[in-house]
Ligand binder design. Sequence first.
Ligand code: ADP
Ligand code: MG
Length: 673
Amino acid sequence: MITASTDIKYLKGVGEKRAVVLKNKGIDTVGALLRYYPRDYLDWTDIKPINTAPLFEKVCVKAKVLRVDAEQKRSGITIYSVICEDETAQMTAVLFNQKFLAESLRVGREYLFYGSLSGGFLFRKMSSPKIVPAYNNSIEPIYPAGRDMSSKQIKNLIKTAIASLKLPETLNEEIRERNGLCSLEYAIQNIHFPLNREAFLKAQKRLVFEELFVLRTGLALLKSREGKKAGYVIKQGFLSDFKKLLPFSMTSAQERVIKECMRDMFSGYPMNRLVQGDVGSGKTVIAAALMYAASKNGFQSAMMAPTEILSIQHYKTLLKLTEKTGIKCALLTSSVKKREKERIKEALKNGEIDVVVGTHSLITSDVEFNKLGFVVTDEQHRFGVNQRGSLASKGDNPHTLVMSATPIPGTLGLILYGDLDISIVDEYPAGRQKIDTYLVDTSYRPRIYNYIKKFLKEGRQGYIVCPLVSEREEVDITSAKEYYVNLSQGEFKEYKLGLLHGKMTSKEKEEVMTRFAEGEIQLLIATTVIEVGIDVPNAVIMVIENAERFGLSALHQLRGRIGRGEYKSDCILVTDNASEDTLKRLEIIKNNIDGFKIADEDLKLRGPGDFLGSRQHGLPPMKIADLFADRDVLELAGKEAKYLLQNDPDLSKTENLNLKAEIIELYKKLNKE
Ligand code: ADP
Ligand code: MG
C-alpha cells in the first residue's frame, strides 16, 4: 500500500532512475511529491481579447482559424502562419516546423492560443503558441522542471499519486472551520489541478495557512521550555567586577542590554533573548559579561559561532578577559585534534571547563556538560532554529541568548522571533570613525594600490576581498591564490601579505589570523571567509573586487570589518559592471552605513521574497507561503498555534497527531541541512 512516507521509487511510473531525479529535487516520498506544488499555471480560462491583451507577456486568447499558410524556408524549416481572429482583431500565430499541429487545425473552428503577443497598432503576432481546442477550460499546472524531467512528466506522476493516496489531514476540524479552510484532500487536488480559479484560491489559502501554522506551532514547541523553571539562576551579576577586566568602558547600550539579560537570568525562568545590534556595535562583550556572571555563579556557558575563524577569535577574546580570573575557557571545533577533543569533552562533562566556544561541533551528540546554564549563539541567522535548540537541550533549561547583526524589517522580525525577547544595541562604541565608501571601476586599480600603500606605511592594515569568479568555491579560491601571488610578487613586493580562504585548515587559518591581528601581516587577501565577525581594529582599508557579485547584506558585513577602531576607514568597491541595477545597489551601500537602513533599502529594491531567502533567518524554505506577503496569515497562524498548544500542549490528542507528524518531519529535514 502506498502511504505518504512510501519511497518515491515505488510509485507507478517512477522506478530507480527517475527516483534519483526526483530525489535531487527533494522529493523522496510520495507524500513529498504531492507537496511539490506548481510553480505557475497556464490558465486556459483567463481569456483576453486580442486587441487589448498586453503585449510581450503570456496571455491566452480565443480565436477562430481563418487560414493556414505554409512557407518552405531554404534552411529546411517550414513556417506555418495561422491567420485567426476573435471579435476584436486578427492575429497571426506562427508555428515552426510543427507540421502535425498545423495540419490538425480546422479552418472555421475556434481554438485557444497561449503565448506572448507582439505586433504594432494593427497587427498582432504570437510565435510558437500552445494551442488547444476552445472547449478546454482547464488550469494547467506548470512545475519547476529541468532537463531530466519535464513539467508534463511531473504532472502525470502527481496525477498517479493523487489517485493512489490521500494525505492525512493535518488541521483539525475546529481550526478549519474557524478560519474558513478547505480540507487537505481538496487543497491538494486543486492546487495541482484546479477545477476553476475559485477552487485554486481556496486550495492556496488552505495550504499557505497550513504551512505557516506548522511553522509557528513548531517554533512554539521549540520554545515550550517557557513556564519551566530555569536549571540555573544567577544570584549576582558581578558586572562591576567584569567591567574592571575591560580595556574600555562600555557603551550605555551595552550596559542596558546586559542588565536586561540579567533580569531574565535572575528571574528563575530561562532567558530566551535576541540581541540585535549592527556590525561593530560590540555584541561580544555583552555575551562575555553574561558568561562571566554564569561562571561566577557556578555554572557552565557555551558559545556557538558559525565559522571556525570566528570561534577562534571569540575564544581569544575570552581568554584575554579571563586571564587572571581563574575561569577556564576551551575551544571546540571540528578540527581540534582528536586527543585534545577527548580531553575537552571529558573536562566539560566533569565541569572543569567553565566556558566553551565552538562551531556547530558543540551540538554533536557526544558533547556533554556538567551544568550547562547559559548558551549563546553568535550570528544566529547563520544557524537553523533547530540548531540553537539542540545546544540548549544539552543543559537543564539553560538561559539562551542569540546575537545577530542581520536586521529583519519591522514587524516581521517580531513575528519570526515571536518566541524571543529582543534587546537592541543601538549605539556604537565611542570614538568610532566614520567609514567612507567609494565606488570605482578597475581603471582605478593603480591608484587604489597606491592608496593602500599610504595606509600601510602609516602602520595601518587592510583587506582585499577577492573577486568571486564563479559559483564554485574551488574556482574562487584558485583565483584568490593567483591574486595573492601576483600582488605579493609584484605591486606589493615590499609589504607583508597574507592569504585567507575557506579551504585552509583551521590551524593555517588561525595562524594567518593571528599574524594579521598582531600586525605582522599588513594586507590580507581574503575570500568571503572574513565576512562574519572578524575584528582587527587596526585594519582601516578594504577593497572589494567584483563588488557587483555580492549581496547588500554581505557587503555590509564585509565592510563591518573596518571602522572598528580609532582610525578613519575607507572602503573601496570595485566594479566594471555598471548596469543600472548594480549601480543602484552599490549606491545604497555607498550612501548608508546603518545596517537597518541598508536592509530596508534592499527590501524596497529586491522585494521581500528575495530578502527573506531562508539563509537570512534560519527558517525552513517555504513551499507556498511568502513570509512577507502572507504576513497577516503568519500572524493569524501564530495565534492559532498558541491557542492550540494551550489546549493540547504536546499535541497528543488524536485530531492533532497528523499535525505533530508534519512538524517532526519539517524539523527532521532542517536537521539534515
Ligand atoms: P559586533 O557587534 O559586530 O560583534 P564586536 O563585539 O566584535 O562587534 O566589537 C567590535 C569592536 O569594538 C571590538 O574590537 C571590541 O573590542 C570593541 N568594543 C566593544 N565595545 C566597546 C566599547 N564600549 N568601547 C570601545 N570598544 C569597544
Ligand atoms: Mg560579532
